[in-house]
Ligand binder design. Structure first.
Ligand code: GDP
Length: 363
């Protein structure tokens, strides 16, 4: 991050210079009135090197703000820009009274330090900026704050924001969707084993992944070991019949063909599956090792189905978990499960808010 100061007769003029020099993503970190009618000084910072997928994040926010019908994402660059400008003006107003009035103050340095820590944890640059700005604007003029207090405060705020859910609570039918190879079948096997063997619930497994013989066979093998029925359904009509046959079951878990979110036909199939079987809850399975932009693209693409919850797999394959939090907050979906290994059924846990917040800034 680089910090620069701009002086002008009015705040508006100074902000204009900030935008011209640093671009629309510059963060206004302080505004100060200069003595003897000397106008105003605006301190601004801009991120360099933190290549967070900001435009993607922004597109997702726009779509939320517009609540488009049918899951389509509307893109109106001017509208997004306007919303950004309103946000920025709000920040300026609130920061007027904050302690960060000079770029070289300890508070500004602390901001930079925390920002870089969040970047290292994989937190999206834009999200980090939002969270930090919120935390810093709480500090009243003349007061100071230390890193620990701010971290605790940011974590408390995040704790209120992140949501978790248990889609298998009570009698449930859950379809697991997501890109190929993220671990849908393995996740289903883990959940089936825990529920059938440990919790003694009646479980049936259905697979719609009839394209790859190996995939259906894999689920059948798991079903045999666990002792639960596994059946295949070619399409949404067949699935309806299978669901009716298993009405007595506590849980029906549905494996779907892993497809790219860009496969429009598959997305249309999912959408029609959801329409004709409204009792199905949809869990989107994503690998925690995917890049932010791929995660966001999946969330957008799989909105073809009404996604009720998220599962993140392969936590054992990496050590940076920020993207899990980025995706969770940007999609506003609750998290159901976290999987960290290939062992069935051990390597899965129900998501907790404490655990999710730890991804933001481990202690
Ligand atoms: P699907 O195509 O989404 O159904 O994915 P699979 O369940 O077939 O899993 C693909 C591969 O990822 C397999 O080799 C799994 O053993 C592996 N896998 C699944 N979950 C995890 C996990 O949490 N950690 C690791 N390391 N591997 C996993």
């Amino acid at each position: 991050m680089r910090i620069r100061k701009f002086t002008a007769k009015t705040v508006k003029e100074a902000l204009g210079s900030v935008k011209a020099a640093l671009g629309p993503d510059a963060l206004i970190i302080g505004t100060k009135r200069l003595g003897d009618g000397g106008g105003y000084e605006v301190a601004a910072a801009v991120d360099y090197g933190l290549d967070g997928p900001v435009p993607e994040a922004r597109a997702m926010e726009t779509s939320r703000r517009e609540a488009p019908a049918g899951g389509a994402f509307a893109h109106d660059a001017r509208y997004v820009q306007l919303l950004d400008e309103i946000d920025e003006l709000k920040e300026v107003k609130e920061l007027f009274n904050s302690v960060i009035t000079r770029a070289d103050t300890p508070m500004a340095k602390l901001y930079e330090r925390l920002n870089s820590e969040l970047g290292k944890n994989g937190i999206d640059a834009r999200l980090a900026r939002k969270i930090l700005t919120n935390a810093f604007k709480g500090i009243k003029a003349g007061a100071s704050a230390n890193a620990e207090t701010l971290k605790a405060q940011m974590k408390r705020k995040l704790f209120e924001k992140v949501r978790v859910t248990d889609p298998l609570d009570g009698k449930s039918v859950v379809a697991f969707v997501g890109p190929t190879g993220v671990g849908k079948t393995t996740t289903i096997a883990k959940l089936a084993a825990i529920n059938a063997l440990k919790k003694k619930r009646s479980v049936a497994l259905l697979t719609m992944d009839t394209f790859r013989i190996a995939a259906a066979e894999q689920l059948k093998t798991y079903g045999k070991i666990i002792g639960v029925p596994v059946e295949a359904a070619q399409d949404s009509r067949e699935l309806g019949a299978r669901l009716a046959a298993h009405r007595d079951k506590d849980l029906v878990l549905i494996d779907t063909a892993g497809r790219s979110q860009r496969d429009e036909r598959h997305m249309e199939e999912l959408s029609s599956l959801a329409r004709s079987n409204p009792e199905i809850k949809f869990n989107l399975v994503l690998s925690s090792q995917m890049r932010d932009d791929a995660l966001y693209e999946s969330v957008r693409g799989f909105k073809a189905a009404p996604i009720d919850s998220l599962t993140f797999t392969k936590l054992d394959e990496g050590s940076v978990y920020g993207p899990i939090l980025n995706t969770t907050l940007l999609s506003r979906s609750p998290v159901a499960y976290l999987a960290a290994g290939q062992n069935v059924p051990e390597d899965i846990e129900a998501a907790s808010r404490e655990r999710l917040v730890d991804f933001f800034m481990p202690n």
